[in-house]
Design a binder for this molecule. Structure first.
Ligand code: AMP
Length: 594
């Protein structure tokens, strides 16, 4: 039966009754964006009226926007850090939220080198679940027949710790996959995964990935979409297949399980899946043995209609590689979210990556927008409401959440591309202050500077210093890695720092970088060893000459601390005199350093 006869959405005819309800919800929220926002703010302020934080501002139960805006300041994580630390240490009084803090979500954004801790409350899980429930109804408008097969999604949990006060601290997706919302989700023919829960929930990343890949290969004909949260995750899975296809095809040929998979829950569930399938094993092995992996995704999973991965923001660097492995399949970016709050979804998920816009759902939190850019004078930097943003303008996202963040700067820069009903749609421009990123790591200029300073201390005994440096995120290899270009001043040429010393510099730099970087290196294996390329003396002067020849002002010229422009990289590479890699992994444990 066609459900468009029951309910037709302006977005398109829904695929089933459940979808119809979801699309109707999107209509209601977006048609009344401003009114919903007003209610959300009143609800949050009512709910949290008795918190220590809000009481500071003497709101006295007032919940209107004007008062809120006039008395509550805009803040950053660092402003809240002392309060968050008290919650982490076990203070259970209502500090930020009237509802008990259920756990901390650890963001990939860092503060003083450690993941930011975002306090959250139980009911937020329902809100996140609600946003997830809207994704397939929208996708079904654009891709038909997704109930006729499965999704191969590479999903992982990461390690969790406890704060001194006993609260769990873990990434938001780990929290979600471990929740009953995910584990006991009702059967939905449009949302069936090849990966068993046991594999997704296994904390050992090798066993988890191995099992998810094995299941995906067994069901290669049924797979209709292939995905991971971020593009880097999907490429990590392809790399895993490159390294492990002989063992995987052995298991498929014999119907046995690699002895490295020792998790009892996985072993038990895989006993139902494993069966000898020599024809499938031969086919996969033949394809994987080929030098050329162009289009491997559609070769192995021939019915794949699209890749479901985020390729906006820092992940855009992976688009050409994904196109290569998939033969140009559509790339669907479905949602925009963070540890602080889930924001919204893409209502036209099959649009090209460069044209992706996310519609912020006004029920998720109270959203404000700080005008951003050269023309936004201090005077004009008044926070703007969701319904009042202007097309073409850029803003920094500021949120007030049910969990107790008030006028909190997320650090994302968004550009308004249009409106759906009265809800604005945003292009994700970039995250502020991020210089280098390979996976979920985000390294800023100050962190890089500190790392160079620490590493160059080793050079002192060689009477050598780093006179200039720049960097780039090399994603030509999987996993990608950080590359540093160093120009050295060697005062005693008879005592030039040798390979051992310079590779040690790579490791010291890695040790100095933030915990998300080090976790990616150590636990996720999603970043390769840091590389230093020593360039000839005078190279950075040439770089300046080049910039000036292209119109840079000689007075204002500053060495870029990160380069992406190909001719500049070619210039630097042509002046390289030696190359050094980090000889071992930096230190990382789930425990925080402070
Ligand atoms: P985290 O707090 O670690 O979950 O990271 C959240 C951040 O990831 C956001 O604030 C964005 O900077 C980035 N992010 C999340 N979703 C997207 C998306 N769809 N496109 C681009 N960047 C995203």
């Amino acid at each position: 039966m066609a459900f468009d006869s029951i309910f037709s959405s302006p977005l398109g005819p829904p695929a089933c009754e459940k979808d119809a309800k979801a699309l109707q919800f999107i209509e209601e929220m977006t048609q009344n964006a401003d009114a919903v926002q007003q209610n959300v703010l009143a609800e949050i302020l009512n709910q949290n009226a008795q918190t220590e934080y809000l009481k500071r501002f003497n709101l006295d139960g007032i919940t209107d926007r004007d008062t809120f805006k006039s008395v509550i300041p805009m803040i950053t994580y660092e402003d809240l850090q002392p309060l968050i630390q008290r919650i982490a240490n076990g203070d259970r009084s209502p500090i930020l939220s009237a509802h008990p803090i259920s756990e901390f979500l650890t963001s990939s954004g860092t503060s003083a080198g450690e993941r930011k801790l975002m306090p959250t409350i139980k009911e937020e899980l329902d809100r996140r679940q609600l946003l997830y429930s809207l994704l397939m109804p929208v996708m079904n408008l654009y891709v038909k027949g997704l109930d006729k097969g499965k999704g191969l999604y590479f999903l992982f949990v990461k390690s969790e710790t406890k704060t001194p006060g006993g609260l769990l601290a873990r990434p938001v997706l780990t929290s979600y996959y471990k929740s009953e919302h995910f584990k006991t989700r009702p059967y939905d023919p449009f949302n069936v995964y090849t990966s068993p829960n046991e594999a997704i929930l296994c904390a050992d990343s090798f066993q988890s990935m191995y099992t998810q890949m094995l299941c995906g290969l067994y069901e290669s004909e049924q797979v209709l979409r292939v995905g991971a949260v971020f593009a880097s995750g999907l490429l990590r899975a392809i790399r895993f297949l490159q390294l492990n296809w002989p063992q995987l095809t052995h298991d498929i040929r014999t119907g046995s399980l690699n002895t490295k998979v020792t998790d009892p829950a996985i072993q038990e569930c895989m006993a139902q899946v494993l069966r000898p399938d020599p024809d499938l094993a031969d086919f996969i092995a033949k394809e994987c043995a080929k030098e050329n992996w162009k289009g491997i995704i559609t070769t192995i999973w021939p019915n794949t209609k699209y890749l479901d991965v985020i390729v906006t923001g820092a992940m855009a660097q992976y688009i050409p590689t994904l196109d290569y492995y998939s033969g140009g399949l559509p790339l669907a970016c479905t949602m925009y979210a963070s540890s602080e709050c889930y924001f919204g979804l893409n209502l036209t998920p099959m649009s090209k990556p460069s044209q992706v816009s996310y519609t912020i759902m006004p029920n998720m939190a109270y959203f404000e927008f700080l005008p951003h850019g050269p023309n936004s004078s201090k005077h004009a930097r008044k926070l703007v409401d969701l319904a009042d943003v202007e097309i073409g303008k850029e803003y920094e996202l500021v949120i007030t959440t049910y969990s107790g963040l008030c006028r909190y700067r997320v650090g994302d820069i968004l550009r308004v591309t249009g409106f759906y009903n009265s809800a604005p749609q945003f292009h994700f421009v970039r995250r502020k202050n991020v210089l280098l990123s390979i996976d979920s790591d985000k390294t800023d200029e100050a962190e890089l500077q500190k790392a160079v300073e620490n590493a160059s201390q080793i050079l002192q005994e060689f009477n050598t210093s780093v006179v200039e440096y720049t960097s780039y995120a090399d994603t030509n290899t999987i996993p990608g890695h950080y590359v540093m270009y160093w120009e050295l001043l060697v005062k005693d040429p008879t005592n030039f720092p040798n390979e051992k010393v310079l590779s040690q510099c790579c490791l010291v730099m890695e040790e100095s970088l933030n915990s998300v970087y080090r976790q990616c290196r150590v636990a996720d294996n999603s970043i390769g060893p840091l590389e230093i390329r020593v360039v000839k003396s005078g190279t950075f002067e040439e770089l300046m000459d080049y910039a000036i020849s292209r119109g840079a002002s000689i007075n204002q010229y500053k060495v870029p601390r990160c380069v992406t422009f190909t001719p500049v990289m070619e210039l630097l590479d042509s002046r390289v005199i030696s190359v050094h890699f980090s000889p071992s992994l930096p230190h990382w444990t789930p425990e925080r350093r402070r």
